[in-house]
Write a protein of this length. Sequence first.
Lengths: 817, 152
Amino acid sequence: MSDEIVREFLVEGNENLDTLDRELVQLEKDPQNRATLASVFRTIHTIKGTCGFLGFTKLEAVAHVGENLLSRLRDLELLLNPDITTALLRMVDAVRQMMQSIEAIGNEGERNDEALIKMLTRVQQGGSLEEAPAPASPSAAPSTPPAAPTKHAKSAPPTAEATVENKHAHAPNLAEALPQQDAAAAGDGAVNAKRKAKKDAKEAKVVPVEAEKVMHPEENEAPQPQAAKSAGAGEGASRGSVGDSSIRVDVVLLDKLMNLVGELVLARNQVLQFSNLAEDPAIVAPSQRLNLITTELQEGVMKTRMQPIGNIWSKFPRTVRDVAMTCGKQVRIEMFGQETELDKTIIEAIKDPLTHLVRNSVDHGIERPEARVAAGKHAEGCVTLRAYHEGGQVNIEISDDGAGLDQEKIRRKAVERGLLTAEKAAQLSEREILNLIFLPGFSTADKITNVSGRGVGMDVVKTNIEKIGGTVDVQSTPGVGTTVKTKIPLTLAIIPGLVVRSGDKRFVIPQVSLIELVRIDGDPTRTGIEMVHGVPVYRLRGRLLPLVYLNRELKIEESTTDGAGKQEGVNNMVVLQADGRQFGLIVDEIRDTEEIVVKPLDRRLKGLKTFAGATIMGDGMVALILDVLGLAQRASIISETHDREASGATVEGKEEGIEKQTFLVFAGPDDARMAVPLGALARLEVFPAALVEKSGTESVIQYRGKILPLVFLKAVMQERRYDERHLKALKAEAEAAADAIQVLVCNHEGHAVGLVVERIVDIIEDRADVKSAATRTGVQYAAVIQERVTEILNLEVILSSAPVVRQQVEEHVKVGD
Amino acid sequence: MANTQQFCTFYLENYFFGIELLNVQEVLLQLELTEVPLAPYAVRGLMNLRGQIVIAVDLRRQLGLLERPADKPAMNVIVRTGEDAVSLLVDEIGDVVEVGEDTFEPPPETLRGKVRSAILGVHKLEKQLMHVLDTERACTVEERPVVAPPEH
């Protein structure tokens, strides 16, 4: 990492030095040009700052005096004269030598810049180039490039003028004016004498140290051995020096190259498809070579634009520290996936939003040390940054282990601020509530509470991320922490994809979302596809995998030829991963993997979340790229509740976000394992069966001085599952039930309703892993709770589907009227 | 006729339409389309126009006209809107006509429906009326899939 920084410093420094040379000479012509002065000052200032940071103290010392001198010039306390220019150019030379030495041997080399520093200080104080008694030493001239002395002479008149002006401003300068001109004249004389020496030196091509020798003849002996060594090294490396080996290229040009390579890849695909059919080695061999070369070219061009995200993360430890200090918190930062590469333009675009999110996490997410200790956590909070590729996108997560967001407060605030109505707010899911913080106007609400402050500028973050086609999502668990997930698409990318067919349509699935391909064939009773109340699942190595039929999700008509094959014959399943969840996608045919160029969808189709883009296939036809995440969402694989990793592979480091829910697990009709969230229940009661009375046709029971209508789950749930005859038998069975009934007392539309279940099993806290969507009413989804498939009921639906409740509500309304 | 405008003309059902020639990039015979599932009703699919993926919008659907008979191939009028291109599917291509401002009239008040919002007005030509299509509007498809069949 630090090598990388040094390299960058050298590349940038060398560029800057070249600019400096040019600007200094330019300055000499126009000494009062403030813009140039400021630019020169900035350059030296940057060099000084960076080398101080990198620990190159000698370099820093030289740059420092140079900077002092320049700051006086910039503030017009001093006027540039040939002496100063010379001094500055010498300083530039010294800096350059040191940089070359750093490049060659890793440090500045053994050197003594006392004389140079003294000289710069002297000039800065208005003194002459050389120490007072010494007449212009011959070393003065050669140190400047050959061109400089000539200019030196030419610029003499204006310099003299300038010095005269200076006299009025600074009395001490008066004394210096004369010797300076002497020095200049003497310098001119020395030029001829020493020009030959300089030329020799140049011809010898011993760039760095030789020049130094000429510059400081008096110090010739001291640094000799080291100098020679570094000179040799410097020369050897000069061909491939970092400054020469990298160039800056306009990103627009890279974009163009990228597009061309994209087209080339398409052409290559077409050629390959053609040559695959051909037997002739005359075409097969060259097309294979074309294939290889194109692949390499493509990788190369891609790389030119890619930068590791660590580049922008590297300043976050400092940000975190600063913010933590100001808030009086203890926070450390952990980063995973720094090496994740992103397109340069995207890196630039997400820099500010990410910084904002990190600051937010520290400022509002993490509690004060006392609060943390009180909550049983370590006093030091932790902000975790994580970046990884998924589904052709780059995911960046910023999580903290703080107090989490308070949903109720967010809900209330949103209503208070008139962003949505109370009714609407009450209907929102947990996830939707949390995402309210991204609403403009929500954020700046009021900074008193921990929650509201959280949203400051979040709308801006969202806007900026969405501008580059990304998404932001927030997840939070009270007491455990908050995670902000951003997904950044790779719109400008060539990705490997799997081509599949559904009906008569081809689709491409980004390889990154792909886990495995499974071929389920044979006898339908033994295919492994099972139903959880009409919802297909597949047992893949003991785990329950929800299945999604691509043709059903996309409403594609089954092509006639495959219509039959689907039920009895072979099922092709593509196991996909989205948002940490796995599911099986059933397609009609799995074809080949192919490199595809992702082209963004037309903006008119942006509303289709199921497609990430389109591409042109080898045969010239357009194929759509599936957005695995969007597809999963459409198929309700990813539901509103927090989902957990189903696979062990990506579990690592994700513990902080785990959310457990408490379920009441009970046996439903037919001993089916069912559950409801405990929070939805008021009480659990056991009544003797004899207490059940009839009110009209419906069963009721007296409960706490009121009439509690009863809903027999058996009666509600079995309607769909059995035919009439079977149903009657079961009803009779239910009537003649055991001597006690188990009742879950729930609140439904303001009334207590009793739901009669077969047997209460347990209260279980679980993460409700492996979900699959339910198609029938009454069931919200099926989940694996304590390693068993359990149906999570939707009480709303069940209770309102029961006739008894409807009746009761109607009566109530009448009475009210 | 100081200010004349050139129009690329085409037919939809029996109606005669014109679209400003400056907006038209090219006219093509029917190209093979890739359907986009779940897409808005008027979007017939995507096509490969020399390496560029272009969306094809069926003007019959867009204007609430009857479906084009299956055996009748459509023509593509490729128009530029902003930075991207859109292919408008029409029945038949007519001539390029040059008209002056004097023949232009705004649409009659009684004209309603989708056509009303998509046309700027009509030019009274010798033989017939030319409906001047608003390019931008013609290329704008509703976000939500319109499943409903055409009006009337």
